[in-house]
Design a protein around this ligand. Structure first.
Ligand code: XLS
Ligand code: NI
Ligand code: NI
Length: 433
């Protein structure tokens, strides 16, 4: 045991009236919601990078946090892992997620980085023998090191493509070894800064080929988890190729990979793309792409990917309503790709940010489930389309333009506008949140 979290108790459910900071007021893992345990609905994951690797820097200043594991050695990396698992235990977190670069020191060569990753993977495996926390997903950091400044798979330099492939292979291997339930590809710098130096067509071909290799490799080694792409429209690149769910779907179709890959949708990325989070979730579900979520918000004033913990129950309820409608998570879960603020120096801040985020999500889930079980909203929605269930109307969907045109004349069709009832539905919604 390290003494990093000294004095901080195990966090338990104490109910909505508890005044104990280190308690859940709404997240009650064993409570049944629609017949399923809350923990199994939400499937919370701690993001290793923000909580343990990030040093508190922003574009105007560097490190603010002082952590005993900040350093370049394998011993530092192991201490970081030990403290991380102590936090998972305090929170009773069912999952965590990590990138290679968060977990191991960078080596002087690829071979050395690989050895470091393998050693840390074994260390994680050993920790997981006595911890209940599982791996939700693993991923590769293909965006921090300067070698990736012009992209990874979409780099103009084929050697970077090769290096990225080797890196992703090593991260899939680590994820597989740790029993990870998904493997995520976020295209950090798969995009461009200026079209003046960019060949869009080549870069798309490279990205398609890369993803095909990843999918083939997954099958070759018998990795049963899902491969997930995480869309984001910009930042760090000016324009990123995996812009949003619709764009990812088009990309997957183009390369014939739509049955193989799903999406990890991040709340803040959806907003950056000019959508709502629930839009991205509903669209993914309707396209058969829904996989997992990153539940971190941006600051609405700064228009920047600030990765804050969720604090808005009504907003999160919209999201979990879509998750529940989609049938809930299978391999996916709720990852907090969220970081505490750079002034939040205390070890307790790391714990309390998660406690708050988990409670907000739990409240949102409860509200969403109550509304779904009530059924009024779904009834109102299906009533709105009910006329489409009549055979004469359904037939139009496979008819010709002339046949439909003739029908208007024969039946003297003259549509009468009907209310969309938005405010009524908003009032209904607000009764539940
Ligand atoms: C950055 C992304 C990143 C991915 C994992 O904006 O959200 O954290 O989730 O590489
Ligand atoms: Ni993000
Ligand atoms: Ni993310």
């Amino acid at each position: 045991m390290s003494d990093f979290f000294k004095g901080i108790p195990q966090v338990r459910y104490e109910g909505p009236d508890s005044t104990n900071e280190f308690a859940f007021r709404h997240y009650n893992p064993d409570e049944l919601i629609m017949g399923k345990r809350m923990e199994d609905h939400l499937r919370f994951a701690v993001a290793y990078w923000h909580s343990f690797a990030w040093q508190g820097g922003d574009p105007f200043g560097g490190q603010t946090f002082e952590r005993p594991w900040f350093g370049p050695t394998m011993a530092d990396a192991k201490l970081k892992a030990d403290v991380a698992f102590e936090m998972f235990d305090i929170l009773n977190a069912p999952f965590f997620c990590f990138h290679d670069a968060d977990a191991r020191p960078e080596g002087a060569t690829f071979a050395e980085s690989l050895r470091n990753l393998e050693e840390i993977t074994d260390h994680f495996a050993q920790k997981m023998e006595t911890s209940r926390t599982r791996l939700l997903w693993g991923t590769a950091n293909l965006f921090s090191h300067r070698r990736f400044m012009s992209g990874a798979a979409t780099n103009p330099d084929p050697e970077v493509f090769a290096y990225a492939a080797a890196t992703v292979k090593s991260c899939i291997d680590a994820t597989h070894k740790l029993g990870g339930q998904n493997y995520v590809l976020w295209g950090g710098r798969e995009g461009y800064e200026t079209l003046l130096n960019t060949d869009l067509s080549r870069e798309a071909e490279q990205a398609g080929a890369f993803l095909r290799m990843v999918v083939d490799y997954k099958h070759k080694i018998g990795f049963k988890g899902a491969i997930l792409i995480e869309p984001k429209p910009q930042e760090p690149s000016k324009h990123q190729y995996d812009y949003d769910v619709a764009t990812v779907y088009g990309f997957l179709k183009r390369f014939g990979l739509e049955g193989e890959v799903k999406v990890n949708i991040e709340q803040g990325h959806a907003i950056l793309a000019g959508h709502s989070f629930e839009h991205e979730l509903a669209l993914a579900a309707s396209l058969g792409l829904f996989g997992s979520i990153d539940m971190n918000r941006n600051d609405y004033q700064s228009g920047w990917d600030t990765d804050q913990f969720p604090d808005n129950v009504p907003e999160m309820a919209r999201a979990y309503y879509e998750v529940l409608k989609a049938g809930g998570f299978t391999t996916g879960g709720t990852n907090f790709d969220a970081k505490i603020r750079r002034q939040s120096l205390d070890p307790a801040d790391l714990i309390l940010s998660h406690v708050g985020g988990m409670d907000v999500c739990a409240r949102a889930l409860k509200a969403a489930a109550a509304l779904l079980q009530d059924g009024s909203l779904e009834r109102a929605r299906s009533d709105r389309y009910a006329d489409w269930d009549r055979p004469a109307n359904r037939q139009m969907l496979s008819a010709s333009l002339e046949t439909v045109a003739q029908r208007v004349l024969d039946e003297t069709i003259n549509p009468q506008p009907k209310s969309g009832r938005q405010e009524r539905l908003e009032n209904l919604w607000n009764r539940f949140v």
